[in-house]
Ligand binder design. Structure first.
Ligand SMILES: C[S@@+](CC[C@H](N)C(=O)[O-])C[C@H]1O[C@@H](n2cnc3c(N)ncnc32)[C@H](O)[C@@H]1O
Length: 299
């Protein structure tokens, strides 16, 4: 089980905190396909699908939050990184989403209840317990203390409320020569990131598609799994920028310095260019992510 102590949590938060890292994150992390949100929202049939109270924990700069806004009357995003929250608020101020109140706040899986209770939205009801129709965690659950977090989830879910957490595993490449490029990427992931210890141990939960976390989720008879293919075509340079947002790359940079990090990413880019027979890094690559979602419903 991921039992994160305070100092471990500080180290995790640091991986997502640097302002240049969070800017890269906001720019290059993939958002998610509409189909994912449609399927999750459909699990909560008892409510008008556009008037949900939604909580996004480990929201980053709002990669899932903004896509969920069309189903929400209240959307609360929580993340321990002040810079991520700053980016999310900035996006909110630039967006023109009507009919949804956003609250992006600094907090964690552990102090979730206390943080959310501070919000003005809950002053009238005095507590956020039993208030959320949907609680989501996008690519963040592996960092959490599962027992404490799911205890909070049980308290905060409304009757018939849905919990959904998803993770996307290492992508593959499609198209001509995609298999060769995928082998190169797998090799990079295992030999350059895992073996020297640049991935935190929590990454193993992503590799196992959150299967070993499922046992901590409440309402066991209501557990479901969804698997979705998410395809995106993007210039190789943008793909490499996405790789640069991995927490393992952030750790590599902290240990070896920015110059070595740049060289590592340049080498991966050159290898992929050769594999895919590209002429420049502005040529498009076909990326496929598998999104694995675990869900449960309070009945
Ligand atoms: C890989 S990012 C995912 C961000 C976003 N949800 C997305 O889909 O791209 C992981 C996020 O989890 C946050 N995080 C790390 N530890 C956390 C914790 N204990 N509680 C809540 N969020 C946490 C990090 O600050 C970071 O923003």
């Amino acid at each position: 089980m991921s039992l994160t102590t305070n100092s471990q949590q500080e180290n995790v938060t640091k991986l997502f905190t640097g302002s240049s890292h969070t800017e890269m994150y906001a720019k290059y992390r993939p958002t998610y396909p509409d189909e994912l949100f449609e399927q999750i929202v459909a699990l909560n049939c008892s409510k008008d699908q556009k008037k949900l109270n939604i909580l996004d924990v480990g929201c980053g700069s709002g990669q899932a939050s903004f896509s969920l806004a069309k189903y929400a009357k209240l959307l609360v995003g929580v993340d321990p990184s002040e810079n991520q929250i700053k980016q999310a608020k900035q996006k909110e101020s630039q967006s023109n989403i009507q009919g949804c109140k956003f609250d992006f706040i600094v907090g964690t899986d552990v102090n979730l209840l206390e943080c959310v209770n501070q919000l003005e939205s809950f002053h009238q009801s005095t507590t956020c317990e039993n208030q959320f129709d949907l609680i989501v965690v996008a690519q963040s659950l592996h960092w959490f203390n599962f027992e404490t977090f799911f205890n909070n989830v049980s308290k905060m879910l409304a009757p018939n409320g849905v919990f959904a957490a998803w993770t996307y595993t290492l992508n593959s490449f499609e198209g001509e020569h995609g298999e060769t490029a995928t082998n190169t990427l797998n090799n990079f992931y295992n030999e350059e990131m895992w073996k020297p210890g640049y991935w935190a141990k929590e990454r193993k939960y992503v590799d196992d598609e959150y299967r070993s976390i499922e046992q901590y989720m409440p309402y066991p008879s209501n557990h479901k799994r969804l698997v979705l293919d998410y395809r995106k075509s993007m210039p190789l340079a943008a793909y490499i920028s996405y790789i640069s947002t991995w927490s393992s790359i952030e750790s590599f940079g902290k240990k070896n310095g920015e110059e070595k990090k740049k060289q590592l990413l340049e080498k991966l880019k050159t290898d992929l260019m050769n594999d895919l027979k590209l002429e420049s890094d502005s040529d498009e690559v076909q990326v496929l992510w598998k999104i694995h979602t675990i869900t449960t419903t309070r009945k």
